[in-house]
Write a protein that binds this ligand. Structure first.
Ligand code: GLC
Length: 723
């Protein structure tokens, strides 16, 4: 009896505060001492598609997870990928993360993360399976739309506040997919071979920032292999780098089905195994949850003493830590779902992320009072973009289409619409062509366009298989469904033509010289139509900047320059032969003119960058360069631009990119207004990863600081020297 009372009292004290603090570690230790070996092992793997078991006996709750990076996924069934068919799991669809990245706005990223975390908390999800920060290496990658572009600093600066926002709700963010999951083709096994320098300088930084600055509570191991070991149980990635060098104290979760071996899962840093059996309750035993790699096989090795109990204790400790931060955190909020605030944030991110790529003779913005007839052509004017795409799919409470947005904004104009082309249903893993006749769609669009003063073509890609969708890559760089011909003919019909691309990837533009204005509108979520209309009417002045390069041709892209072994690999191995020269790093260094450059984005106003300077002293380690710059809005309307600071080193003992982004700041100015900004650049951040010492080194000598509004729009170069 005495024992029971003491356990009960202990449990009360354990659960009483429920807020994770260093003192919690003692409680975690005492819980671990109370758990049986079976209970410990059971906590390390799934009990259903998206949950792991707790321990009823001790009042330890289950952990519940849900996708995804830009909205809380509709409830999935207990033991299959089918939707559970709930009626209360509609969510706000926030813009996809390429749009968030294009805002270059860390403060906005925090608001985004907080709102998304509120929706996850409201749905009682303890782990939100996002954000994704895999680097944009090839324009064909089906999941680029879910990530934050090609530059490690941009992704790092935006992923940290996003994580802070989500976790403020007592919901764990789960940064993914750790690491080198930069394509969908052969994702479940392809083995990536890459230099340490490229790994540390390009592919790890956003994950490192998530862990060290963002203090992310969970991380998802990628499907692919690195140096012959699966990433979800990879000794170097998990033990040496993540938990060793970075001191990660949270939980490593597999991608669904990414575990392949018991001993490696046990010994190489995996803490929580999910999705190994596609339907764990229904098919044969080896699929069942109790037969997962970290289930019975793990228990047997522990019982046999082949694996020390401390190994499972460490996993349970990390899982319990996650619980004290989430479901057992008694000070977490109640969450919020589909609030007006969330809609406002979705619209704010969407309008701040849209990029004005081209605007010849300032055709945009369109005057809502004088524009009489607009022909809105293209399937993406009405096609839903919140469904499909794979695991980041959503069941949006509402989704304003571009057509509806334009109709509402131009309420006194005549808005004509014609589909122009058709793509067929958004399916996962297969494409079913449309039953509509392409030729008649095409002709109808031309006829419609002839009746209008202004043509707005809304095309791009979509969330179908082999488009912007998980599980496969695009097969071609150009637009699908015959859009190129239609765009050319429409632009030839009427110079008052604006192209709106709804997509998450760069595309080929054979008609670039015939199209006067182009807006890059991402997957914008619930508020898509309102945001696109806000930009077209000038209600909001575009300020987005490209988070990745648009090459003219696919072979201009670094990954594709080196042929099959570089992309997509030989189906077994893949070699990142471009090394550190990813994206604009490649285009600048090899002098390959891009179609549109990283950091590019126009405005309806103009800015002048003057008085650009930095102290001319000799800088040493740990010094900070304070780059100052006066920014003036010399145009007629309010707007925002992003001052970007790149640094390069011409003479170096190692190969380097011509320049690399080392700082940026977004600034909002009224017409005629000037402001002086200061962008701090730490000398330590100029270091390169020196493979001979397996560490970072700041080379002394001369460096060049490039300051401008895009990687190909540099206003001033400043020489500095480091001793
Ligand atoms: C998917 C995705 C991952 C997602 C998980 C659960 O395969 O790769 O991003 O979070 O499985 O749906």
């Amino acid at each position: 009896m005495k024992y029971l009372i003491s356990t009960f009292v202990l449990l009360l004290s354990i659960h009483a505060s429920g807020q994770y603090t260093p003192a919690t570690e003692a409680k975690i230790d005492s819980l671990i001492n109370l758990l049986t070996l079976e209970e410990k092992v059971a906590m390390c793997h799934a009990q259903s598609k998206f949950s792991t078991p707790g321990v009823d006996r001790l009042g330890i709750p289950e952990l519940w997870m849900s996708d995804g990076p830009h909205g809380v996924r509709p409830e999935i069934s207990w033991d299959s990928w089918a939707h559970a068919g709930w009626t209360n799991d509609f969510s706000t669809a926030f813009p996809a993360l390429t749009c968030l990245a294009a805002t270059f706005n860390p403060e906005l990223s925090y608001k985004y993360g907080f709102a998304l975390g509120q929706e996850a908390r409201y749905r009682e999800k303890d782990i939100l399976l996002g954000p994704g920060v895999n680097i944009y290496r090839t324009p064909l990658n089906g999941r680029n739309f879910e990530y934050m572009g090609e530059d490690p600093l941009l992704a790092s600066k935006l992923v940290v506040p996003y994580i802070k926002g989500v976790q403020e709700n007592g919901v764990a963010a789960c940064v993914k997919h750790y690491v080198l999951n930069n394509q969908e083709k052969w994702r479940s096994h392809i083995n990536v071979e890459i230099s340490d320098r490229a790994l540390y300088e390009i592919y790890l930084p956003a994950f490192k920032a998530a862990v060290i600055e963002g203090e992310v509570w969970s991380i998802m191991g990628a499907y692919n292999q690195y140096r012959g070991q699966f990433c979800s149980h990879n000794e170097r990635l998990n033990n040496t780098i993540l938990k060793g060098e970075w001191g990660f104290d949270g939980v490593v979760i597999t991608d669904w089905g990414a575990a392949h071996d018991t001993r490696q899962s046990a010994m190489y840093g995996l803490d929580l195994e999910m999705g190994t059996g596609t339907d764990g309750l229904t098919t044969s035993a080896e699929n069942a949850y109790d037969y997962y790699y970290l289930a019975k096989p793990f228990l047997e090795l522990l019982r046999a003493g082949e694996i020390p109990e401390e190994v499972v204790n460490d996993k349970v400790r990390r899982i319990l830590r996650t619980m004290y931060r989430t479901n057992m955190n008694t000070s977490k909020g109640f969450g919020k779902m589909n609030s007006n605030t969330h809609s406002e944030i979705a619209r704010e991110v969407a309008t701040e992320g849209i990029v004005l790529l081209k605007n010849e003779s300032s055709l945009l913005p369109l005057d809502v009072n004088t524009t009489k007839t607009i022909a809105v052509i293209g399937e993406n004017a009405t096609r839903s973009m919140t469904i499909g795409g794979g695991s980041s799919e959503l069941k949006a409470k509402y989704e304003i289409s571009p057509l509806v947005g334009i109709q509402k904004a131009f309420s006194s104009a005549t808005i004509l619409h014609s589909m122009g082309y058709a793509s067929g249903p958004s399916l996962y893993g297969e494409t079913i062509p449309t039953v509509l006749d392409a030729d008649s769609l095409y002709k109808a669009a031309i006829e419609t366009a002839k009746k209008a003063d202004f043509i707005v073509f809304i095309g791009g890609l979509n969330k179908s298989y082999q488009q912007d969708c998980e599980g496969a890559d695009r097969l071609v760089y150009g637009l699908p469904y015959g859009q190129d011909e239609l765009i050319k003919e429409l632009a030839g019909l009427n110079k008052n033509f604006s192209l709106v691309l709804v997509s998450g990837n760069a595309i080929e533009m054979p008609w670039i010289d015939e199209v006067p204005t182009i807006l890059q509108a991402w997957y914008l979520g619930s508020e898509a139509g309102f945001a696109i209309a806000d930009i077209i009417t000038g209600k909001v002045n575009p300020s987005g900047k490209l988070p990745f390069t648009f090459p003219v041709a696919l072979e201009d892209n670094a990954a594709h320059h080196f042929g099959e072994l570089s992309y997509p690999g030989d189906s077994i191995n893949q070699y990142y032969k471009e090394d550190i020269l990813v994206g604009y790093r490649w285009h600048d260094t090899k002098e390959i003119e891009p179609l549109f450059a990283f950091g590019h984005g126009l405005s309806y106003t103009q800015f002048e960058l003057t008085k650009i300077g930095a102290d001319q002293k000799k800088y040493a380690l740990n010094d900070i360069i304070f780059l100052s710059c006066e920014v003036k809005n010399s145009g007629k309307v309010a707007g925002a631009t992003v001052v970007q600071v790149y640094v390069g080193k011409e003479k170096s003992k190692v190969e380097r990119a011509k320049k690399e982004l080392k700082g940026f700041k977004k600034i909002y100015l009224e017409p005629g207004e000037s402001q002086t900004i200061e962008i701090p650049i730490s000398i330590n951040n100029l270091a390169f990863y020196n493979e001979t010492i397996s560490g970072w080194e700041v080379e002394e000598g001369a460096y060049t600081i490039y300051v401008g509004e895009a990687s190909d729009k540099i206003t001033r170069e400043i020489a500095i020297s480091v001793k």
